[in-house]
Design a protein around this ligand. Structure first.
Ligand SMILES: Cc1cc2nc3c(=O)[nH]c(=O)nc-3n(C[C@H](O)[C@H](O)[C@H](O)COP(=O)(O)OP(=O)(O)OC[C@H]3O[C@@H](n4cnc5c(N)ncnc54)[C@H](O)[C@@H]3O)c2cc1C
Length: 200
């Protein structure tokens, strides 16, 4: 099946016969993701440690594996491939082991600085997704504007996840847009944009 016929934005690959862990079809994320809509932009994600043999390979070997696996899964043939690039992402997942149980020491230390707001995934060493990361930045801006120097409302994000799991009746009955972040995340129109993001 040609990939463009698939409606999914991403698919986790469970097949033990291939190494690829997830496939993204960027065309399905949004129309502006591809320059030429007659072509398909696919991402194959390979999860590994930097010390793994996989990471040590030359890009060319990774490219050839990706093409072989696309064929094996039946998504495309080698002759369909117009271009391919390898992007290596380090530190993609915050490690919750090692000295993580003493994370509060770091958190308390950096929280002393009134004008320092840590946001995002690596900024907070927290398993935030895109929506969480954006929300931390928005709340940080709200804090600056409101003169709030405590960081607790930032650390609470992605701890209790109500902001994107609210019942629609609650949201519609009494919307309060007193801050930029609540405007973005509590407006019913925006809810579907942010409530549907998925994650790694
Ligand atoms: C493989 C993978 C798949 C993912 N899939 C999803 C998904 O499907 N859905 C989802 O919601 N989230 C997903 N995420 C998570 C999402 O990408 C992150 O949560 C989000 O991008 C974090 O945003 P951020 O602003 O904190 O950091 P980033 O988006 O990483 O932005 C940080 C920026 O800072 C720049 N930078 C770093 N150091 C410096 C410096 N010293 N000076 C200047 N600039 C610097 C970097 O180049 C980067 O552009 C995925 C992450 C990975 C790694």
């Amino acid at each position: 099946m040609p990939p463009e016929k698939l409606k999914d934005s991403w698919i986790y690959i469970q097949d033990k016969g291939v190494k690829v862990g997830r496939i993204q079809i960027y065309n399905n994320w949004g129309p502006y993701m591809v320059n030429d809509p007659t072509t398909t932009w696919i991402g194959l994600e390979y999860f590994c440690n930097k010390t793994d043999d996989f990471w040590q390979q030359h890009n060319e070997a990774i490219k050839q594996l990706a093409i072989r696996e696309l064929e094996k899964i039946g998504l495309a043939s080698a002759e369909d491939v117009l271009d391919i690039t390898v992007q290596r992402m380090e530190k993609t997942y915050p490690a919750y082991f090692g000295t993580y149980d003493r994370f509060d020491v770091v958190k308390d230390y950096v929280s002393q600085f009134g004008n320092l707001f840590l946001v995002g995934r690596n900024g907070m060493h927290k398993y935030n997704n895109t929506d969480h990361s954006m929300l931390t930045a928005m709340v940080a801006v709200d804090n600056v504007i409101l003169g709030i120097t405590s960081k607790e409302n930032l650390w609470e994000i992605n701890t209790e996840q109500e902001y994107h799991e609210e019942k629609s009746s609650e949201v519609v009955s009494q919307p309060v847009y007193d801050t930029f972040s609540s405007f973005v995340f509590k407006t019913p129109l925006h809810k579907n944009c942010f409530g549907s993001l998925r994650f790694s």
